[in-house]
Ligand binder design. Structure first.
Ligand SMILES: [Zn+2]
Length: 249
């Protein structure tokens, strides 16, 4: 049975006034994810959460006093509270009683990289007539969701494709290799708990260990693990790109 306490409604979008009444007394039926949205399914609807830049969810004992920036609680049976903490308030919370896939926040999202909808044929099709650099294309959430800077750099290295290459210059075979490399990199990163940057920890408070498996990311000047040439770095858009100019063409 869920009850809910909202202390601060002004998140990225204001929390709807009827939210507490809608969720009260309901049971959690399941948890899903779509892109960066966490979906918590209840009896009559779904909570759509986004952690924004600085948000976190913690399960705390029911008698834990709220700290500053603890904006809402969902009180569960068994003496636990699901508590949302977000100093910068870029996170969000929406309630929908319709199919969440049709919600305006989710309806136009591109495929998940680990789904069957994302494969070499799809990626090849999306690269046609696009002169943008391939690294930008695979980080575009209208092409595929969830490929961040670290994983884009690493996947391009594994597929041996230069991050600067115009997307339309990718062959079908390279598109296949790149789609597979994206799946491999993300799959391995998930297994090892992700790549810890700054203060990220998982639900158990543990850091990720994928950093130890990186081929190029933040290795500028160090020897390429494949050919021993120095890994290079350059600014691409607002982000740093790392690559090996010998291995990647
Ligand atoms: Zn190399």
């Amino acid at each position: 049975m869920a009850d809910v306490v909202v202390r601060e409604r002004r998140l990225r979008w204001p929390i709807a006034a009827d939210f507490e009444a809608a969720i009260r007394g309901q049971t959690v039926r399941g948890i899903d994810r779509r892109a960066k949205y966490i979906l918590i399914r209840f009896d009559t609807g779904t909570l759509i959460l986004h952690l924004g830049m600085s948000g976190s969810l913690r399960l705390v004992k029911a008698d834990t006093p709220p700290r500053i920036h603890d904006h809402w609680d969902i009180r569960m049976d068994g003496g636990w509270i699901l508590r949302f903490h977000d100093p910068r308030r870029f996170g969000s919370l929406h309630w929908t009683e319709a199919d969440p896939a049709l919600h305006p926040l989710l309806a136009k999202l591109a495929p998940e990289p680990l789904s069957r909808a994302f494969d070499g044929e799809y990626l090849h099709r999306m690269t046609r007539k696009r002169s943008v650099a391939i690294k930008h294309l695979i980080m575009n959430s209208q092409v595929v969701v969830g490929v961040g800077n670290i994983y884009a750099s690493e996947a391009l290295f594994r597929a041996r494709v230069s991050p600067r290459r115009a997307a339309r210059r990718l062959t079908r075979q390279e598109a296949r290799a790149l789609a597979q490399a994206i799946k491999d990199v993300l799959g391995e990163a998930i297994k090892t708990g992700g790549t810890t940057l700054r203060d990220y920890v998982n639900a158990d408070g543990a850091q990720g260990f994928f950093r130890q498996k990186l081929f190029v990311y933040e290795r500028a000047g160090e020897a390429c693990r494949v050919c021993r040439s120095a890994v290079k770095q350059f600014a691409q858009g607002q982000r740093s790109t790392y690559w090996c100019s010998t291995c990647q063409r």
